[in-house]
Write a protein that binds this ligand. Structure first.
Ligand code: CAA
Ligand code: FAD
Length: 380
């Protein structure tokens, strides 16, 4: 077993860390306050090749792997969790299913545009009445000649409105339940497809989250992704890897909060010495650092498994579960270490705390991760 990152992984970490520090961090608080998505940051990520990290060069990627991808999401999330999830949704949720299930033509058209960052991607699975219970979705797709006619709506869609390419799930055969769900690639601007309400959120406020509305939206038959009826499986398999992207986001948020707390505790003097030297604070920092490291190891392991074509679904759910809870606890503790200052917008820890909460909710709530893990345990 080798825990040392390769030169390539170290190089990608260094590059993303520099980029995050110089191009993402300076406006993170302001974008959070203004709930503003910055396309320029995405374009700069594209210039560095980050938008296509794991995809082969023949599809516009840089031919690296899933470990490099989670390292990039972690480094971005250390300074701005919104930027972290922009990349995570783009790669894991929009690009991955096209890479795995797309035809050669779909890959050349859509995956290439996503990998090069010419286009931004999104993933439309959740509905008002179908969040955890995916198979109860109602959005309907009916074949009519050379097109599927789509009616319904999706909610909570990350990158919604800003994205150009959407992987969307709809029911093609209601009587077949989850086996009657299909996946589609839908382009922004397709008549009948519009963007609805933009959510006002507690955290990740510079990541847009919107409703998608489909009213007699005619999608060419060629944009069916995979086979008819394969949608539920595609959605689940996509989430298997996507959850590890969120684990990486959580590790980044937690590390960002820990770094800030250590710095602050070294400098803040109470009772005649830095608070870091008060055992109550020092022990808290030690527990925070230990949890972050454990979360990182689970996350890297899941990415390594996926990169090596080994089963990774359970590992990914475990990483998301543990890293999400770690991010929540570590950020709350970081605010505590900052005392009253931590509760203000003068320091980033309150933002980290607000951002951490979402990692316990999306890509399957923590309860759903436990359900996924326990089902796999009993199957083994
Ligand atoms: N891979 C392949 N097949 C799978 C699978 C997987 N990971 N998981 C399930 N399946 C198959 C099962 O084997 C079963 O197949 P058969 O019918 O052939 O037997 C079929 O799918 C149905 O499986 P279940 O009975 O387990 O289905 P279920 O209805 O009980 O639901 C669930 C399972 C895990 C709860 C699922 O609904 C789920 O994952 N819910 C959470 C949804 C979620 O995570 N949404 C995230 C949206 S994206 C997001 O949030 C974006 C963001 O972060 C930025
Ligand atoms: P519900 O499913 O209604 O759950 C409510 C509560 O009940 C939760 O605590 C849940 O854990 C619990 N619960 C439900 N079922 C069970 C069970 N069987 N056992 C135990 N507890 C259970 N979706 C997309 O498709 N694409 C996106 O890009 C996307 N981005 C998102 C971004 C944000 C900011 C948010 C908030 C959500 C996003 N989502 C996205 C949706 C997200 O995946 C769902 O919110 C999530 O899966 C939970 O669904 P729900 O909100 O309907 O909650």
């Amino acid at each position: 077993m080798n825990f040392q990152l390769t030169e390539e992984h170290e190089m990608i970490r260094k590059m993303v860390r520099e980029f995050a520090k110089n191009e993402v961090a300076p406006t993170a608080a302001e974008r959070d306050e203004e709930e503003r998505f910055d396309r320029e940051i995405f374009e700069k990520m594209a210039e560095l090749g980050l938008t296509g990290i794991p995809w082969p060069e023949e599809y516009g990627g840089i031919g690296s792997d899933y470990l490099a991808y989670v390292i990039a999401v972690e480094e971005l999330s250390k300074v701005c969790a919104s930027t972290g999830v922009t990349l995570s949704a783009h790669i894991s949720l929009a690009s991955w299913p096209i890479y795995k299930f797309g035809t050669e033509e779909q890959k050349q058209t859509y995956l290439r545009a996503l990998a090069t960052g010419e286009k931004l991607g999104a993933y439309g699975l959740s509905e008002p009445g179908a969040g955890s219970d995916v198979s109860s979705m109602k959005t309907r797709a009916v074949l009519d000649g050379d097109h599927y006619v789509i009616n319904g709506s999706k909610v909570w869609i990350t990158n919604g409105g800003e994205a150009d390419i959407y992987v969307v799930f709809a029911v093609t055969s209601p009587e077949k339940k989850h086996k009657g769900i299909s996946a589609f690639i839908i382009e922004k601007g397709t008549p009948g497809f519009s963007i609805g309400k933009k959510e006002k959120k507690l955290g990740i406020r510079s990541s847009p989250t919107t409703e998608l509305i489909f009213e007699d939206c005619r999608v060419p038959k060629e944009n069916l992704l995979g086979q008819e009826g394969e949608g539920f499986k595609i959605a689940m398999m996509t989430l298997d890897g996507g959850r590890n992207g969120i684990a990486a986001q959580a590790v980044g948020i937690a590390q960002g909060a820990l770094d800030a707390a250590v710095e602050y505790a070294k400098g803040r003097v109470q009772f005649g010495k830095p608070i870091a030297e008060q055992q109550g604070v020092g022990f808290k920092l030690a527990d925070m650092a230990t949890a972050v490291e454990a979360a990182r190891l689970l996350t890297y392991q899941a990415a390594w498994l996926e990169s090596n074509n080994l089963p990774y679904g359970k590992a990914s759910a475990m990483a998301k579960l543990f890293a999400g809870d770690t991010a929540m606890k570590v950020t709350v503790d970081a605010v505590q270490i900052f005392g009253g200052y931590g509760y203000t917008k003068d320091y980033p820890v309150e933002r980290f705390m607000r951002d951490a909460k979402i990692t316990q909710i999306y890509e399957g709530t923590q309860e759903i991760q436990r359900l996924v893990i326990s089902r796999m345990l009993t199957k083994e």
